[in-house]
Ligand binder design. Structure first.
Ligand code: F6P
Length: 543
């Protein structure tokens, strides 16, 4: 069933929001809170172990009603149904989008094009699990009969950022006797620095590539294979030290990896949505099968909430719509994600691909140029580090940056009062951004008149606060699914295809053309700037 496609800025719900915006825009969060003592409670909800407080946003109950009507009109409800029933909603690649199947219990059947997919999903998980446990127990041996102590995932984009982020996030659950690293950049420095202190006889490489054609990944994999063969001088070492995660058995075999050691996934799993598939193998090795399955159950809990909750009480839908409120009506075009947890230090980078590769589009699903702004620039950093770097701009800069503050009530590391201090900072930032500090408050502190304007905080700067008890595998799963579905909701409303990424192709094609031109003195037919850069590199490279 094709997704409905509305001409967003023509529908009455959009116009209603435009006039509602004119009423809300002049209001300050200070008065919204003062006038409504139940505001915090009214604009908070819980789902899948996460508590969202969205009361520090520039909205009222009416705003939420208007936004929900827009969601209804633009087909969000139908879109959710279409994703969960396996419709080919990735229209430009003619594929289903079924990452929700990867974390679905085996007993909940799901048929796509007449094929029951849950049996395949769980067979693949079982194969991953048996391999992961062999590595963890030491029963999988390297070519020289040594135990594997190091695991290096070679992949990029969706075949890197998810497992890398999650291995960092779930470190407290990891087997600390195993070193797990991630190599993504084609810059030889990345591989060299990642393996320089490792013993090839004790190292397993996981070559992760959905397509198995990605230049960076294959280049790194070939160099890693050379490194292994230089130490073991026998081609058959490859099958002991390399496994692959891919949708293409043919290309994996061509590379020389035994297809028995290939972990399969399917074209209905988008790269940036693939953590729960075979792409999560490095994570499963790090934390073990049980914790991996706990994470899947967290994903599934959020999936179920997303599928079943009414739009106005649906956490991913609300986050998506609030983002649209700022992006399209206030004109705030960046969004910060600020996790107050060191273990989540790669979460913003992970979300950058999820959000910006999904919704950084300017034509709709029918190929028509959109007249409204789409995906925001997403960025962030772990608290409290960001506070001493860019928060100045968030508090007093001329642009407004809506932000998500993410925190946990219990730490994994009980060190004096570190955690209370961390959470005090999270809570204080939301308060400061919302309510600011008025001129009279600054004057009342006895500040010199010339300095007063510098110390005023306008406030009225919106945040969402997400809290959970602890960063467990289950909570991590729910958190990731929350953002996946938020991005989906926004894509539906904007009318774009969130599941392709044609925008990365041109640069790749041109790099393929430029490469031989750097390596030999062929004639150049580029623009003057590009040709001059190539010539400069050629001359300096020789030197
Ligand atoms: O950057 C484009 C992209 O296709 C991403 O969408 C993807 O996650 C990444 O490259 C890696 O692709 P693959 O897993 O096929 O190597």
């Amino acid at each position: 069933m094709p997704l409905p496609l509305a001409s967003l800025d023509q529908v009455p719900e959009w116009h209603a929001l435009e006039s509602h915006f004119r009423e809300i825009e002049p209001l300050h969060l200070r008065s919204l809170f003062a006038d409504d003592p139940d505001r915090a409670e009214r604009f908070s909800l819980e789902a899948a172990g996460l508590r969202l407080d969205y009361s520090k946003n520039r909205l009222t109950s009416q705003t939420v009603e208007h936004l929900a009507k827009l969601a209804e009109r633009t087909g969000v409800r139908a879109g959710i149904g279409a994703m969960f029933d396996g419709s080919r909603i990735n229209v430009t690649e003619d594929r289903s989008v079924l990452h929700i199947a990867l974390r679905r219990p085996a007993a909940k059947a799901l048929t796509v094009d007449g094929v029951e997919v849950m049996a395949d999903v769980h067979a693949a998980l079982a194969k991953m699990s048996s391999f992961a446990e062999r590595i963890r127990s030491g029963s999988w041996l390297g070519f020289t009969q040594r135990r594997i102590r190091n695991v290096v995932n070679i992949g990029i984009g969706g075949s890197d950022l998810g497992p890398l982020m999650a291995v960092e996030a779930l470190k407290p659950y990891a087997d600390r006797g195993l070193t797990v690293r991630f190599v993504s950049n084609v810059d030889g420095t990345h591989l060299s620095e990642s393996i320089r202190d490792l013993d090839p006889q004790e190292t397993l490489f996981i070559v992760a590539s959905k397509s198995f054609t990605t230049q960076e990944t294959l280049t790194n994999a070939v160099s890693a294979r050379d490194w292994v063969l230089a130490a073991m001088s026998d081609q058959s070492a490859v099958k002991h030290h390399f496994v692959a995660l891919s949708t293409s058995a043919e290309r994996v075999a061509e590379f020389g990896i035994d297809v028995d050691n290939m972990f399969e996934f399917w074209d209905w799993v988008g790269g940036r949505y693939s953590l729960c598939s075979a792409v999560g193998l490095s994570l499963m090795i790090a934390v073990g099968t049980e914790h991996f399955h706990d994470m899947l159950s967290g994903f599934h809990a959020m999936d179920t909430h997303f599928e079943e909750a009414p739009l106005e009480q649906n956490m991913p839908v609300l986050l998506g719509l609030i983002g649209i409120w700022y992006n399209n009506f206030f004109g705030y075009d960046t969004h910060a994600v600020l996790p107050y947890d060191q273990y989540l230090h790669r979460f913003p980078a992970y979300l950058q691909q999820l959000d910006m590769e999904s919704n950084g589009k300017s034509v709709d699903r029918a190929g028509k140029r959109v007249r409204w702004s789409t995906g925001p620039v997403l960025w962030g950093e772990a608290g409290t580090n960001g506070q001493h770097a860019f928060y100045q701009l968030i508090h007093q800069g001329s642009r407004i940056v809506p932000a998500d503050l993410i925190g946990f009530c219990r730490s994994h590391n009980h060190l004096a009062d570190h955690h209370d201090k961390l959470v005090a900072n999270l809570i204080a930032q939301g308060e400061a951004l919302a309510f600011g500090k008025t001129m009279s408050e600054v004057e009342a502190e006895g500040t010199a008149a010339s300095i007063v304007p510098h110390k005023v905080f306008d406030g009225n700067r919106p945040t969402n606060t997400l809290l959970a008890d602890q960063l467990t595998p289950k909570v991590l799963g729910a958190l990731i699914a929350l953002y996946e579905h938020k991005v989906f909701v926004q894509g539906i409303v904007w009318g774009i295809c969130s599941f392709d990424q044609w925008g990365v192709q041109l640069g790749k094609e041109l790099a393929t053309r430029v490469l031989p031109e750097l390596q030999s003195a062929t004639a150049l037919e580029h623009d003057a700037s590009t040709s001059a850069l190539i010539r400069h590199y050629r001359s300096r490279r020789k030197a």
